[in-house]
Design a protein around this ligand. Structure first.
Ligand code: 6CS
Ligand code: FE
Length: 324
C-alpha cells in the first residue's frame, strides 16, 4: 500500500510505501508465518525440502558418519574434545558467566523468573578460545563437508541451562526463524552443539525428530516487531502447531541427544528440535556454533521489515580459514 505525505523540509509530495513486509526480490521457497499456505481445514501445507542435506558426497569426516546425517538430519560424535580441552572450555564458560561487564550486554539473555544467564550470543567474538574452536580442522572440515562450500559463522552462543531454573526451548526449526527474521534463503546451514557439562535425558538433553529436516513446516502467525526480545526466552511465533509436531513425531519418532562433556551433536538448520526444562541440580551447558554457506548469505528477511541484530545473525559472509 502506498500513500503520499508532505515532507517537512521541502514541502513537496513524497511517496512512502508502508508495506508491513519487505519487498524481497528473491523467490521465497519456504513461505511461513504471514505467507504460509493453509488448506481448507486451516492446516499449513508442509513444503518439501528441495535442497540437499549434505552438499558433498562425503560419507565420513573426522569420526562423523555423514550418511546418518543425510538420513536423520543430525549426527553425534562421542568425544570431539579431549579431557583437557573440556577443562579449558569449561573454565572459559565460567569466566564468561562471571564477567559482570557482560551483564548489561544485549547479547546476554537471562531467565525471566530468576535472572540466571540463559544464553550468551556471539561468543566467538567475545572469546578468542571459542573463535579458535570454529577454525579447528575437526570442526571446520566437517562443516565444509556438510555444506559443500566455504563457510562463515552465522550465529554462536552458549546455552547455559542452569540447574533447577534452566528453562527449555519449545519445538522449532532454527531455519524457519532464520528464514523469516534474518533472510536466510535456503537451509544450507548446520549447527554444532558441544556439551561442556554432561547432557542427560533428565537435565534438558536436546530432543530431535529425525527426518523432519526433509519437511519445511510453516508456522502460523505474524512476526511481532522485535520478536527476538521475547522469542529467545519463550518462543511463541515461529513454532509449529501441535498438530504438525504430533504428525512429525508419529511419522519419525523422537530421539534425544545425550553425551558427556566434550561430545558433539551436528544438526541440520531445519530439523525440528526442542528441550525440556532442567529441574535437576546438573546444568546442561553447551557451546553452539552455527555455520552457513557463503553461497547462502543473508538477504532481506522474508517476513519482517527489519532484520535482527548482527549478534544473532551475521551479515558478513567472509569465509573462515582453517587453522593448520
Ligand atoms: O532465534 C534463534 O536464532 C535462536 N532460537 C532458537 C530457539 N534456536 C536457534 C537460535 O539460537
Ligand atoms: Fe534451536
Amino acid at each position: 500500500m502506498t500513500r503520499s505525505v508532505m515532507t517537512a523540509s521541502a514541502g513537496h509530495q513524497a511517496t512512502v510505501t508502508d508495506s508491513p513486509r519487505p519487498v524481497s526480490i528473491r523467490p521465497d521457497h519456504y513461505p511461513t508465518r504471514s505467507s504460509a499456505a493453509v488448506d481448507g481445514n486451516g492446516r499449513v501445507r508442509w513444503v518439501d525440502r528441495n535442497q540437499p542435506t549434505v552438499w558433498t558426497d562425503a560419507v565420513q569426516m573426522h569420526d562423523h558418519d555423514l550418511e546418518h546425517y543425510r538420513r536423520a538430519g543430525y549426527v553425534t560424535n562421542e568425544a570431539l574434545l579431549s579431557g583437557s580441552e573440556v577443562e579449558r572450555y569449561s573454565t572459559e564458560l565460567q569466566k564468561l558467566i562471571n564477567d559482570s561487564g557482560l551483564r548489561d550486554d544485549d547479547r546476554v539473555i537471562t531467565e525471566p523468573d530468576t535472572g540466571a544467564i540463559r544464553s550468551i550470543f556471539q561468543v566467538h567474538e567475545i572469546s578468542d578460545m571459542i573463535a579458535e574452536l570454529a577454525t579447528d580442522p575437526r570442526v571446520l572440515d566437517t562443516a565444509r563437508a556438510i555444506l559443500g562450500s566455504d563457510v562463515y559463522i552465522h550465529q554462536s552462543r552458549i546455552n547455559y541451562m542452569p540447574g533447577f531454573v534452566g528453562n527449555g526451548f519449545y519445538w522449532h526449526s532454527d531455519f524457519e526463524t532464520w528464514h523469516a527474521e534474518d533472510g536466510m534463503a535456503i537451509p544450507r546451514a548446520v549447527s554444532l552443539s558441544i556439551p561442556l557439562t554432561d547432557n542427560h535425558p533428565y537435565n534438558g538433553g536436546l530432543m530431535l525428530i529425525p527426518g523432519s529436516h526433509e519437511h519445511f513446516v510453516p508456522c502460523p502467525g505474524k512476526t511481532p516487531e522485535d520478536n527476538h526480545r521475547t522469542s529467545l526466552i519463550m518462543q511463541q511465533v515461529g513454532v509449529p502447531s501441535r498438530a504438525d509436531v504430533a504428525d512429525l513425531a508419529a511419522l519419525y519418532g523422537i530421539e534425544q541427544f545425550t553425551g558427556p562433556a566434550g561430545s558433539a551433536l551436528w544438526f541440520d538448520a531445519n530439523i525440528l528440535h526442542g528441550s525440556a526444562n532442567n529441574i535437576t541440580p546438573y546444568p546442561r551447558s553447551n557451546i553452539y556454533l552455527v555455520f552457513n554457506s557463503v553461497d547462502n548469505v543473508l538477504g532481506v528477511p522474508f517476513d519482517v521489515a527489519e532484520a535482527r541484530p548482527e549478534y544473532l545473525a551475521a551479515r558478513d559472509g567472509t569465509p573462515l580459514v582453517p587453522a593448520r
